[in-house]
Design a protein around this ligand. Structure first.
Ligand code: IPE
Ligand code: IPE
Ligand code: MG
Length: 246
């Protein structure tokens, strides 16, 4: 199946330690089939399973998925409630297997905007998978990067006000440490599905030197092969970080 690609990845060596994904195209997947948009979101859950397993097989350490943006709250109420139900269903269905597989789930974003049932599900999956050592799975829900940066500024301002920080101590590291993603390195590879050429307010700070991979495949059609193709592409890149090559 995908074992041929996996063997190539292993031969090449450097696997991206942190992969981030903008999971896009669920609505178009459904529209192509003359189905309501939530059918695409439901089908997208299978792609999440595929990519999680692909990351486990390839040895990726951190997988950060953009599942629902702050801007997505402006979608029709019926679509939002379908998405929230799916989130609860995904967690109920997957929590045991995630734990068995050593996946530690974290939810990043403004969780105060989630309804109580969704928030309870999120807290449950974080609690029950907390010991996972093989893969960190970050689900960005009610997340936007500008809001995350504004929150970091607020947290630093509070420390200045209560006297625990000097203004001169506010540097890149201080900001980085206040982001939701503080425990993890920046993504090495960003994948966006459905062919859109934009970041849509995702990890603006963290993606400064991330390698970008855009595929036309709609999210519900994604399999671990697509992840492996992206990793192979990444392995052919030369990352310079502004320097010149030796
Ligand atoms: C991505 O699919 C999932 C979410 C943003 C919640 P979309 O729902 O954006 O699908 P398209 O882009 O309309 O096809
Ligand atoms: C980005 O997709 C958000 C997620 C994948 C959760 P959108 O579909 O919301 O982005 P735009 O509107 O095409 O930029
Ligand atoms: Mg979209």
């Amino acid at each position: 199946m995908a074992a041929d690609l996996l063997a190539l990845i292993r031969m090449n060596g450097s696997v991206p330690a942190h992969v981030a994904v903008i999971m896009d195209g669920n609505g178009r997947w459904a529209q192509e089939r003359h189905l309501p948009r939530p059918f695409g979101h439901r089908e997208g859950m299978k792609a999440v399973r595929e990519v999680v397993e692909g990351c486990l097989e390839a040895g990726v350490e951190v997988l950060t998925l953009f599942a629902f943006s702050e801007e997505n709250w402006q979608r029709p109420a019926s679509e939002i409630s379908a998405l929230m139900r799916l989130l609860e269903e995904y967690i109920a269905k997957e929590v045991h297997e995630l734990r068995e597989q050593g996946v530690a789930v974290h939810v990043l974003g403004e969780r105060s905007r989630l309804a109580p049932a969704a928030r309870a599900a999120v807290e449950r999956v974080e609690r029950e998978t907390a010991g996972g050592l093989r893969l960190v799975l970050n689900l960005c829900i009610s997340y936007s990067s500008r809001a995350e940066l504004a929150r970091a500024a607020r947290l630093l301002a509070e420390e200045v006000l209560d006297g625990t920080r000097q203004v001169d101590d506010i540097d890149e590291e201080a900001i980085r440490a206040k982001l939701y993603t503080a425990p993890w390195r920046d993504p090495d590879l960003l994948i966006r599905t459905s062919g859109e050429l934009r970041l849509s307010n995702f990890l603006l700070w963290q993606l400064a030197y991330t390698e970008l991979y855009i595929t036309p495949v709609l999210w519900p059609d994604v399999t671990r092969r697509d992840l492996f193709q992206a990793i192979l592409d990444y392995q052919g890149r030369e990352r310079r970080f502004g320097k010149v090559t030796a």
